[in-house]
Design a protein around this ligand. Sequence first.
Ligand SMILES: [Fe+2]
Length: 160
Amino acid sequence: MAGLVADRCDDARAAAVLSELVRDARRLVARGLTLGPPPGERAWLRLVDELDVDAWLIVWSPGAATGMHDHGDSQGIVRVLRGSLLERYSVRGRTRERVRQLRAGTTTFLARGHRHDVVNAGRAETVSLHVYAPGLTRMNFYSVPPASEPSLRETYPVRP
Ligand SMILES: [Fe+2]
């Protein structure tokens, strides 16, 4: 597996959870494809629900997008199991955004405070695994005025 990326996560348990889940990737893809999100949306299933780590299986229909957000105090690891995602992200202190494609089989580390917008820009459903440590407690969503720093728009509580 892309261990080098998972190793960048300083939470060994999160990396271990991801490794364990990826061993069952074929079954997870099949499970994800049964979630059936409406056109342009996502559907998800929480696979692990603990305070120190949680894991989500997400299926993205074509055009589904998150909007610009971060993951509160959690760091994360994303593994694309099928399809691909386009990630638009900003590096703190810099206004210029970057874009990268997350292809099937790749693993991406998200440091604490990583702010991004993720979209399925392809024509087929994408299935991805997301592991967070500690488990997600909130996600902050930002509005992004053209050519300026995003401003906090909404905080979405994940865990009461
Ligand atoms: Fe995210």
